[in-house]
Design a protein around this ligand. Structure first.
Ligand code: SER
Length: 319
């Protein structure tokens, strides 16, 4: 069998950093090329890196000629909050780059992973236990690009047999790399501020429930989906994935158990309007059925692990 050669775009981002480290652990560091428009930091810098702007089809082809990729994890994208600041550029970056990757995978035997998001859903979508197949009416340019991307993935699979797989990630919580411009970012920022200042001003209201997931679960889901036999992947748009659903008030109460002096204030901004269009919780029955998905971390396990690890990280970066 040909050895794996893997490209990760947007590898310096929140998901990319941890996915790259997991893939390098599994396949060896030289098998995983990390790419981004900024230099990798820390552990991620130990291995092949390519400065690469995903809107350049020529550069993608050049990299493929050089490395002969067998898998591409195309993570580079502008997220929901940042995307609203420049809608047309967000559309261009998110869509052009996906089409370049799919075109490459049409011509060469490359397995593709591409993340979608809960941002595909809208206010007309049933908000609780949102089903896989339902009314899908995104209101952000990010959500529109993710929904369109899901249809392109399905099209390339049906028409060209491109083995492309996808998950609709909920908001992701992690301590290794900060979140990058989404509406769910509060659930990461709150931990940094709680440890640093004992206080957090939240940009969402206290009762805004959103679907979330701890990063180790999200990475495991991604690898399990990619490892599954091709015939098991019956959904070629993107799989719903459920983790933990909670509100800022519930998260704050959980943090207070470990940092008793912690306090929170609520000052909703433009991101509240986006959050109001997203589900409270997700039904991931198809992911369970097709590739055996099961979430592991609950709210208190996630909170304990975040605080423990972030304390260590912030202490060592202060030294
Ligand atoms: N975390 C993302 C965002 O808030 C949702 O996919 O934009």
């Amino acid at each position: 069998m040909k050895p794996e050669s893997i490209l990760i775009t947007g590898a310096c981002g929140q998901i990319g950093t941890e996915l790259a480290l997991s893939l390098r652990q599994r396949y060896g560091k030289n098998a995983v090329v990390v790419s981004d428009v900024r230099e990798p930091q820390g552990e991620l810098a130990d291995g092949p890196f390519e400065m690469f702007n995903v809107t350049s089809e020529k550069d993608l082809e050049r990299l493929h000629k050089q490395y002969g990729f067998t898998q591409i994890y195309h993570l580079a994208a502008l997220l929901s909050a940042t995307g609203e600041k420049n809608p047309l550029f967000t559309w261009k970056l998110n869509m052009d780059s996906l089409l370049h990757v799919l075109e490459l995978a049409r011509q060469y035997p490359i397995k593709v992973y591409w993340p979608s998001s809960i941002a595909v859903f809208g206010p007309e979508t049933p908000a609780n236990h949102t089903p896989q197949h339902t009314v899908i009416t995104p209101r952000t340019v990010y959500g529109i690009s993710k929904l369109s991307g899901e249809h392109w993935c399905k099209y390339y699979y049906d028409r060209y047999n491109v083995d492309v797989r996808s998950i609709r990630y909920p908001g992701l919580i992690s301590y290794k790399t900060p979140a990058g411009g989404g509406t769910t970012d509060y659930a990461v920022d709150i931990f940094y501020q709680a440890i640093d200042k004992g206080y957090y001003e939240c940009f969402l209201t206290e009762n805004t429930f959103l679907p979330m997931m701890y990063m180790p679960d999200a990475i495991r889901a991604t690898l399990e989906l990619m490892d599954s036999p091709k015939e098991n992947i019956k959904n070629r748009w993107s799989y719903n994935l459920a983790g933990i659903s909670f509100s800022p008030a519930q998260l704050a109460a959980e943090i207070k158990k470990l940092i008793p002096d912690f306090s929170i204030a609520y000052k909703p901004d433009f991101r509240q309007k986006i959050a109001d269009t997203w589900p409270n919780s997700i039904d991931d029955y198809e992911a369970q059925q097709d590739w055996g998905w099961k979430n592991a971390y609950d709210l208190s396990e996630m909170t304990n692990d975040m605080i423990k690890n972030l304390k260590i990280k912030l202490k060592s970066s202060a030294q």
